[in-house]
Design a protein around this ligand. Structure first.
Ligand SMILES: CC(C)(COP(=O)(O)OP(=O)(O)OC[C@H]1O[C@@H](n2cnc3c(N)ncnc32)[C@H](O)[C@@H]1OP(=O)(O)O)[C@@H](O)C(=O)NCCC(=O)NCCS
Length: 227
């Protein structure tokens, strides 16, 4: 089945960055959120880990670009964004590395976490030639587990444009539930396309993965290393 994905990987990040910055402005800088520790996460076929400069070649291969120079510049811009996130917040995009070939085939992460309400948002990207093998689902499941069990979130959401059926399928298969359509205000300069909002609560994730609610204190985020 051909995958129809109008959202190009690189065009997604400026939008996410703008959204994140807007949310950060709403949270005072001194609000005492913990600086998170990025862990290596493992799934059946993937190792999810921090990006390093050595990954540039794999990132360049994700998408076709008008020229080799453009491809390298875009890939480097993405890497720089990751490094800034790691420095500033402790976590940032995880690279999805295939266990068998060690190639980095995509990325995923938490573009937003609101500690006050213990809510997070996830996103994921798999390079076109590696799609349709269930890799996004594997990565999303690992992120949900990390978000609920390690960060201590109580609700995790994800969004996709209304025609992004493969992404919607991934959310559904991970147990996320449709909550509604998001439409930006018509007055906004760039209202963008309508999006579908999906979410899952920690207690439902626990029920789904273990069959029993997790009674540990979700309201206490890890605090070894505060920023
Ligand atoms: C969305 C995305 C991550 C999916 O990656 P993937 O590795 O192919 O995802 P999976 O293989 O885990 O699952 C894809 C599912 O969508 C289904 N699917 C694919 N195209 C579809 C379509 N046109 N209609 C309906 N279902 C479709 C697949 O059949 C599969 O479901 P199945 O396992 O039940 O058969 C990938 O397309 C991508 O990176 N897109 C660009 C970035 C993006 O849109 N991210 C999501 C928003 S955060």
């Amino acid at each position: 089945m051909p995958l129809k994905d109008p959202i190009s990987f690189f065009s997604r990040w400026p939008f996410l960055r703008a959204l994140r910055n807007r949310l950060r402005r709403m949270i005072p800088a001194h609000s005492g959120h913990p600086k998170l520790k990025m862990q290596v996460l493992e799934t059946e076929r993937l190792v999810l880990r921090k990006f390093s400069q050595e990954d540039l070649k794999d990132i360049i291969a994700w998408e076709e670009a008008p020229s080799a120079q453009d491809a390298e510049a875009q890939a480097q811009e993405f890497l720089n964004y990751c490094f800034r996130e790691y420095r500033g917040w402790g976590i940032g995009p995880w690279g999805m590395q295939l266990k068998d070939t060690r190639v980095i085939v995509g990325n995923c992460g938490f573009p937003d976490i609101i500690f006050k309400s213990l809510c997070g948002e996830v996103n994921y990207y798999v390079a076109p030639k590696h799609r349709g093998q269930g890799l996004a689902l594997e990565a999303l499941q690992a992120l949900l587990k990390f978000g609920f069990r390690d960060i201590g979130l109580t609700r995790i959401q994800a969004r996709c444009t209304v025609d992004n059926l493969s992404s919607e399928r991934v959310m559904q298969k991970a147990g996320m539930r449709f909550e509604g359509l998001i439409e930006n205000a018509a007055s906004s300069k760039d209202p963008g396309p309508k999006q579908k909002l999906y979410a899952i609560l920690g207690k439902d994730f626990d029920l789904m993965t273990t069959g029993a609610p997790d009674c540990s204190n979700h309201a206490t985020p890890p605090s070894e290393d505060r920023g």
